[in-house]
Write a protein of this length. Structure first.
Length: 217
């Protein structure tokens, strides 16, 4: 059944290009971004929110004495928007276990690699250093394990001999702007879920470890 509450809160830390892609696709995909939260006051994504008349909040993590206190303030800010879904779009903070459990099955993240390979940072350079022939992007549910939640969808790309970390980043960004709105739409349409055992389901079918390949769907 479709989710009657199609509201989304997006968490950012920087430029907000994925936020922009989500905003542009929100009308045709029939979800609504009701709030944007940033841990950095100078994040350009806040300007994107303002330009699109989306309420925003800044929570500077440096103003909190502990990660738990920041997570508590973040949860209160999120709950003020009463969203159905929380989308991490370049949000550069590790969320604590209690926070993640509070929103079990309602947090998505996007990661610039073909998970479970290359979790963490600097993925473009790392795949080049390893001599990989393929790279890509993954969208996954957030769990207590960093970049370790069940994968929902991926888009792979071939690595060319002339590629650098910068060219790979540009290629991946273009794929991110396609894959993320699609997965958000699946969730608000009631097609996507995660159970208590951290298994992701699309249209009632359990997804494989690599999720759905959006390059072929």
């Amino acid at each position: 059944m479709p989710n009657n509450d199609r509201s989304v809160v997006v968490l950012i830390s920087g430029n907000g290009s994925n936020l922009q892609a989500l905003i542009e696709q929100s009308t045709s995909d029939n979800y609504k971004i009701v709030g944007v939260i940033s841990n950095k006051a100078n994040a350009y994504g806040l300007k994107r929110a303002e330009q699109n008349h989306i309420p925003s909040t800044v929570l500077d993590h440096r103003e909190y004495e502990s990660r738990d206190l920041f997570d508590q303030a973040l949860a209160e800010a999120i709950d003020s928007f009463s969203p159905s879904l929380i989308v991490l779009a370049g949000f550069m903070r590790i969320l604590g276990t209690q926070f993640v459990e509070r929103y079990q099955g309602r947090i998505l993240n996007i990661h610039p690699s073909l998970l479970p390979d290359y979790p963490g940072i600097n993925t473009h350079q790392r795949v080049l250093d390893a001599g990989e022939k393929r790279h890509g992007v993954s969208v996954h549910f957030v769990t207590g394990k960093l970049d370790g939640g069940p994968v929902i969808a991926q888009v792979p790309i071939d690595i060319e001999s002339t590629d650098t970390a910068d060219t790979l980043a540009n290629k991946i960004h273009k794929k991110e702007h396609i894959i993320y709105p699609a997965v958000v739409s699946w969730f608000v349409d009631g097609r996507l879920s995660m159970d208590a055992n951290d298994i992701a389901y699309l249209d009632g079918e359990a997804l494989s470890a690599s999720g759905t390949n959006l390059a072929t769907t």
